[in-house]
Write a protein that binds this ligand. Structure first.
Ligand code: ADP
Ligand code: MG
Ligand code: ZN
Length: 505
C-alpha cells in the first residue's frame, strides 16, 4: 500500500516528454501508375483511368514503373539514405473495399532506401531527424458514401505511393509540423512529388508516446491514422500528448493502440487496440522481380539530386548577404530565386535587387497572373507559375541591375524607383531612358535644394517657431514641404540637413 502510494505520487508529479515518429505517404509525380500504363492523374471522371491491372482482375501481371523506383531512390539520396543493392516487393494482405486485389504491393523488409536523416530549421536552430526508410507501394481507390449507396472510384488505385518512415526523434507538435514542411519542401524541390495537400498527395500516420522526462525506454505507441493536413497533425498532437500525460498522472496505464483524429471535435478517439491488430501475412510478390540498381542507373538518379531547400536558403544568406526573410522567399519560389541569381551577375547591389524582386516584382506578377491565360492558350488557369510568368517579362535582367545602381547611387529616390520599375514592367524601357524622359533623377545639388528650403521656411512660420522652441518633429513637416516643392525629387537626407542648418542659424 505504502509503495503504491509512492508510485502514484511519483506519476503525478513527474515531468513527461513526448516521443513522436511519423510515417509519411507521398504520391509520386509519374505520368503513369505503379503497375500499369493508366494515367496518374487527379480529378478525372470516376473510373476512367482504370484497366484490368489496377482493378485487380485475376490473371494480370504488374510491371513496376521504373520512374517511381528512380524517384524513390532520388528521395533516398535527398534524405541522406543508403540505397541498398536489392529492393524487393511484398504483398501486404488485408481486405478493404477500395483495394480490389485484397492485398497491397509494398516493400516490406528490403526497401529502396534506408538509414538517412533530414535537417530543418526549428526553434531558432537546426534540428535533425533520422529517417528509418523510404519504400515504394501503391495507393488504393476511394470510397464515396451517398445517402442510400456507396460508390468506388479506382482512378487512384495503383498510383505510386512512397512511404517515408522517421525514427522516433520528434519531441513535440511544432517540431512534427516543421519536419513535415521541410520534407514537403525537399520533395517538391527534387521533383519527386507536387505534394498538393488539397489533392491528398501527402498523408501521414502519427505515432506518439510519452515517457518520464530523461527516461530512455519508449512508452506505449499510439498511432493516429491517416492525417491529411500538417496543421491537423499539429492539432492532433496538441490534443494527444496532454491526454496521454494526464492518463499516466492519474495512475492509469496506456496500451498500444490506434486512434482516429476527429478534426471537427478536435479530439482523438480509439479505433482498435493491439489485440485487434492486423496480421498482414507479408510474403514476397511472386509476380515481381527484386530490383537491383546498377551503377549506371544510380548515376542517372544521382544526376537529378538538387540543392536542398535549407542549403539554398543558407547559401542565399551567405553569398548575397540577404536577410532570412528574402532568402526564404527565394528558397520557396525557385524560379524567382534563379532569376535573382541571374540579375546578380550584373550588379553588386544584391539587397536592392532582392527588395525589388520580393516586394515589387512579386506584386506585379500577381496582378499580371490574370492576363496570362488569355495570352497563352496552352496555359490552364492555376498553372501559371512564376517560372512561366518570368518568360513574359518585357524588361531584361540587366535593367533590374541598372535600377539597383540608380538607387544605390541615390540618383533615384525610393518613390521614383517604384515609378521607374512600374514603367519598366509595363513597357520594357530601360531605367535610364525612363529617368531621362520623365525627369525623375533625384536632385542632390545643394544650391537647388537650398532654394526649396528657403521657400518652405518662408511659407510656414508656425512650424519654424515650433522647431526653434524645441519641437524636433516640426522638421519632418518642413522636410515634407521641401519634397513637395521639388516634386519628390530632392534628396531627402540632404533636405533635412540643409533645413536644420538654416533653422539653427
Ligand atoms: P510498426 O511496425 O508498428 O509500423 P515501427 O516500429 O515500424 O512500427 O514504427 C512505426 C513508426 O512509429 C516509426 O516512425 C517509429 O519511429 C515510430 N515509433 C515506434 N515506436 C514508437 C514509440 N514508442 N513512440 C513513438 N513513436 C514510435
Ligand atoms: Mg507502420
Ligand atoms: Zn491500370
Amino acid at each position: 500500500m505504502f509503495l503504491r502510494t509512492i508510485l502514484w505520487f511519483n506519476a503525478r508529479t513527474m515531468d513527461y516528454e513526448a516521443v513522436i515518429g511519423l510515417e509519411t505517404h507521398v504520391q509520386l509525380k509519374t505520368k503513369s501508375k505503379m503497375w500499369c500504363g493508366c494515367a496518374n492523374e487527379f480529378g478525372a471522371p470516376p473510373n476512367t483511368n482504370v484497366c484490368p491491372v489496377c482493378l485487380g482482375l485475376p490473371g494480370v501481371l504488374p510491371v513496376a514503373n521504373e520512374e517511381a523506383l528512380r524517384l524513390t531512390a532520388l528521395t533516398g539520396l535527398l534524405l541522406n539514405c543508403r540505397i541498398p543493392g536489392l529492393a524487393k516487393f511484398d504483398r501486404k494482405n488485408y481486405f478493404y473495399p477500395d483495394m480490389p486485389k485484397n492485398y497491397q504491393i509494398t516493400q516490406y523488409d528490403q526497401p529502396s532506401a534506408t538509414d538517412g536523416w533530414v535537417e530543418f530549421e526549428f526553434n531558432g536552430g537546426l534540428a535533425r531527424v533520422r529517417i528509418t526508410r523510404a519504400h515504394l507501394e501503391e495507393d488504393v481507390g476511394k470510397s464515396f458514401h451517398f445517402e442510400r449507396h456507396s460508390g468506388l472510384d479506382f482512378n487512384r488505385a495503383g498510383v505510386p505511393l512512397m512511404e517515408i518512415v522517421s525514427e522516433p526523434d520528434l519531441t513535440g507538435a511544432d517540431m512534427a509540423y516543421e519536419y513535415l514542411n521541410a520534407l514537403k519542401d525537399i520533395l517538391i524541390h527534387g521533383g519527386v512529388s507536387d505534394c498538393d495537400m488539397e489533392k491528398g498527395m501527402v498523408r501521414c500516420d502519427v505515432n506518439v508516446s510519452v515517457r518520464p522526462a530523461g527516461s530512455r525506454e519508449l512508452g506505449a505507441k499510439i498511432e493516429i491514422k491517416n492525417m491529411n493536413s500538417f496543421s491537423g497533425v499539429r492539432r492532433a498532437l496538441e490534443f494527444e500528448i496532454p491526454r496521454q500525460i494526464a492518463a499516466l498522472k492519474k495512475g492509469g496505464k496506456l496500451i498500444q493502440s490506434t486512434r482516429r483524429w476527429d478534426d471537427t471535435a478536435g479530439v482523438t478517439e480509439e479505433m482498435r487496440t493491439k489485440e485487434h491488430a492486423h496480421d498482414y501475412r507479408y510474403f514476397p510478390d511472386p509476380d515481381l522481380m527484386p530490383f537491383a540498381p546498377t551503377e549506371a542507373w544510380l548515376a542517372e538518379v544521382r544526376s537529378r539530386v538538387v540543392e536542398l531547400p535549407l542549403a539554398r536558403k543558407q547559401r542565399f544568406m551567405r553569398e548575397y548577404g540577404l536577410p532570412a526573410g528574402d532568402a526564404e522567399v527565394f528558397k520557396n519560389d525557385v524560379a524567382l530565386g534563379n532569376y535573382f541569381e541571374g540579375v546578380t551577375k550584373h550588379t553588386k547591389s544584391h539587397k536592392a535587387i532582392a527588395n525589388f524582386l520580393v516586394n515589387n516584382l512579386r506584386a506585379k506578377l500577381a496582378e499580371f497572373r490574370q492576363s496570362i491565360p488569355a495570352a497563352d492558350p496552352q496555359t490552364k488557369e492555376g498553372e501559371v507559375t512564376t517560372f512561366k510568368m518570368l518568360d513574359y517579362l518585357r524588361f531584361k535582367p540587366e535593367h533590374m541591375a541598372e535600377l539597383a545602381a540608380l538607387i544605390d547611387t541615390k540618383t533615384l529616390s525610393s518613390s521614383a524607383a517604384q515609378q521607374v520599375f512600374s514603367e519598366m514592367f509595363e513597357t520594357g524601357k530601360s531605367p535610364a531612358a525612363i529617368v531621362r524622359d520623365r525627369g525623375l533623377a533625384q536632385v542632390s545639388d545643394e544650391g537647388t535644394i537650398e532654394k526649396f528650403c528657403d521657400e518652405a521656411i518662408a511659407a510656414h512660420p508656425g512650424p519654424v517657431n515650433d522647431f526653434k522652441s524645441g519641437k524636433a518633429a516640426a522638421l519632418n513637416f518642413l522636410k515634407g514641404q521641401v519634397m513637395k516643392l521639388s516634386k519628390g525629387k530632392a534628396n531627402p537626407a540632404l533636405a533635412g540637413e540643409i533645413l536644420e542648418r538654416k533653422l539653427k542659424d
